[in-house]
Design a protein around this ligand. Structure first.
Ligand code: C2E
Ligand code: MG
Ligand code: MG
Ligand code: MG
Length: 270
């Protein structure tokens, strides 16, 4: 009987696996088509200076206008795009469009940040490609900030450092994204040429909860360390006035989150 059950389970599992594979293949071909038909679009989430609540920058976040399924978020497709290698072409399209939109529509001041996945940083010509793209789009290098995560550094921290350093010399900034959730955070801080550091929203969320002394201590320590290293801090995921007030009081200079503005198409902001 056990054998029968086992065989049945195996059949069910097989079917599910086959369906998964079909889903992945379908999505891959849809992603290819989406590239051809320009179905990707950056949404911009404003980054505020907390001191006077003015917008100082925008984070470009990818969205996919899927013809049948509507507006899709990165969690719906980035994983498959990465596994199939399509993310590189998709990201370059996104980066170029974001820079062009800001250069054409934006007032001269605000910067733009975008999320650079580990795959890009493996290419030795990543920085030259970025600079060429800036030339094409007419965006000043000083207005661009690349967001990298600690995970991207694991492979080859020295080559990532060198790439970011070349970009820094050309005026392009770097931000460490999702800070505090990754690996051996502290060692990267002083060795990387960072302009900014983004405190992960997990810490920000804890700030206005009862018994939040621990996360307050962590945020205070991150701020002190960053400032000692001349790195500006952006708090992610600010959703309440209390979180905003606490961060401002603690000396955090910038922030983004649903309280301040959701990611929206460029026309909403510029
Ligand atoms: P991330 O870089 O940490 O981006 C912040 C995410 O938090 C965004 O989700 C944003 O919409 C969301 N968020 C902003 N404010 C709040 C808030 O107050 N509360 C909450 N709960 N969430 C908030 P999104 O747009 O779904 O992006 C998810 C992740 O996908 C990003 O995390 C980033 O790692 C990745 N991603 C986004 N755009 C791109 C892209 O163009 N290329 C690549 N390779 N990855 C991207
Ligand atoms: Mg980010
Ligand atoms: Mg990110
Ligand atoms: Mg983040």
């Amino acid at each position: 009987q056990a054998k029968q059950l086992g065989r049945k389970r195996f059949a069910v599992f097989d079917e599910a696996l086959a369906k998964d594979m079909v889903d992945v293949l379908t999505m891959e071909s849809e992603l290819r088509k989406a590239l051809r038909q320009n179905e990707f679009e950056p949404h911009f989430q404003p980054i505020f200076r907390l001191g006077d609540s003015t917008i100082v920058g925008y984070e470009a976040l990818i969205r996919w206008n899927h013809p049948q399924r509507g507006l899709l978020k990165p969690s719906d497709f980035v994983r498959i795009a990465e596994d199939s290698g399509l993310i590189e072409a998709i990201d370059w399209r996104m980066f170029e469009l974001s820079c062009r939109l800001l250069a054409e529509k934006g007032p001269a001041e605000p910067f733009i940040t975008f999320n650079v996945s580990a795959l890009h940083l493996r290419h030795v010509d990543f920085d030259t490609r970025i600079l060429k793209m800036l030339e094409r789009t007419g965006l000043q290098p000083s207005r661009l900030v690349t967001e990298v995560t600690e995970g991207a550094l694991l492979d080859n921290p020295e080559s990532v450092r060198a790439t970011l350093e070349r970009l820094r010399i050309s005026g392009v900034g770097a931000a460490l994204d999702d800070f505090g959730t990754g690996y051996s955070s502290l060692s990267y801080l002083h060795s990387l040429p960072l302009r900014m550091l983004k405190i992960d929203r997990a810490f920000v969320h804890e700030l206005d909860k009862d018994g939040s002394t621990n996360s307050t201590t962590v945020v205070a320590a991150i701020l002190a360390l960053a400032h000692a290293l001349n790195i500006q801090v952006i708090a992610e995921g600010i959703e309440t006035q209390e979180q905003f007030d606490t961060l401002l009081r603690m000396g955090c200079e910038m922030g983004q989150g649903y309280l301040l503005g959701r990611p929206c198409p460029v026309d909403h902001w510029l």
